[in-house]
Design a protein around this ligand. Structure first.
Ligand code: MLT
Length: 263
């Protein structure tokens, strides 16, 4: 389905008609189809909401910087249109940055937060410069620049790398540039995360080459209502590398939330 939100058009799939609303936000350069198999097979008790982030998949890619706050506002507008007041919001990598921005801006609409292969801190100066370089290169040479630099690091499984590469190559250059510039300016939300007093699940692939597993463990320490799920034999793409393990972890997470009356 397509929805008109904040002056742009966003695509979104719904998997399951009833149950706890659970938003899954894909990562940089990817799209909502990355979750489809996992959501259909392992999340029977949830009403799963799968948006294409602005600039990705079948959503429009307007020019501009896609701040994480703007992308969180897109999600709030989408939930309004779906008639969902409160949801569990879980994001993969860049999707996690958007989920954190949503938690900061719309705390009353959040039942629980999930960060999957993601992080709460801001970019280092070197990482930020890398984003600006990437944006310039994508402007000149297109999505292939991101496909070449990101896809090989997403997984050690060639089939997963191939799938991710295909998705990245379908992503519009304006979308890649908007998201890269938005990620570069995102704030550090480490302290915000530690102080968050609602269910938080951190899921991390033990072989992630982008977010080191030990960084995810450290991020999970001292959370008020935190659950840490380390995923063996997975890199940065656990929703396809270990769909059953991640799907069941998310299913437990939303069921516990529903039992506790959070949603
Ligand atoms: C992602 O997978 O979304 C990216 O690796 C996030 C990032 O570039 O920080």
């Amino acid at each position: 389905m397509k929805y008109r939100i904040n002056g742009t058009t966003l695509a979104c799939d719904l998997v399951g008609e009833s149950g706890t609303p659970l938003v899954l936000i894909h990562g940089f350069g990817l799209n909502r189809s990355i979750w489809s198999e996992m959501a259909s097979a392992y999340l029977p008790a949830a009403r799963v909401i799968l948006p294409d982030v602005r600039g990705h998949g079948e959503s429009d890619a307007p020019a501009g910087v896609y701040s994480m706050d703007l992308l969180a506002a897109d999600l709030a507008g989408l939930l309004d249109q779906l008639g969902v007041e409160k949801a569990a919001v879980c994001g993969h990598s860049m999707g996690g940055y958007i989920s954190l921005a949503f938690a900061a801006r719309y705390p009353n609409r959040l039942a629980g937060l999930g960060l999957i292969a993601s992080r709460a801190d801001a970019d280092s100066p070197a990482a930020r410069s890398g984003r600006y370089r990437l944006a310039e290169d994508v402007l000149k040479r297109g999505a292939v620049v991101l496909a070449d630099s990101l896809a090989p690091r997403l997984s050690r499984d060639p089939a997963v790398v191939k799938l991710a590469r295909e998705q990245i190559l379908q992503t519009k250059p304006r979308g890649i540039i908007g998201a890269a510039l938005g990620m570069a300016e995102r704030p550090d939300r480490t302290t915000f995360l530690k102080e968050l007093d609602l269910p938080v699940m951190i899921a991390a692939g033990e072989e992630d080459q982008i977010v080191p597993f030990s960084d995810a463990q450290t991020m999970a320490e001292g959370l008020r209502q935190g659950i840490f799920r380390g995923i063996p034999a997975a890199g940065h793409m656990p929703m396809v590398e270990q769909a059953e393990v991640l799907g069941r972890a998310l299913s437990d997470f939303v069921q516990q939330m529903a039992k506790a009356g959070g949603i």
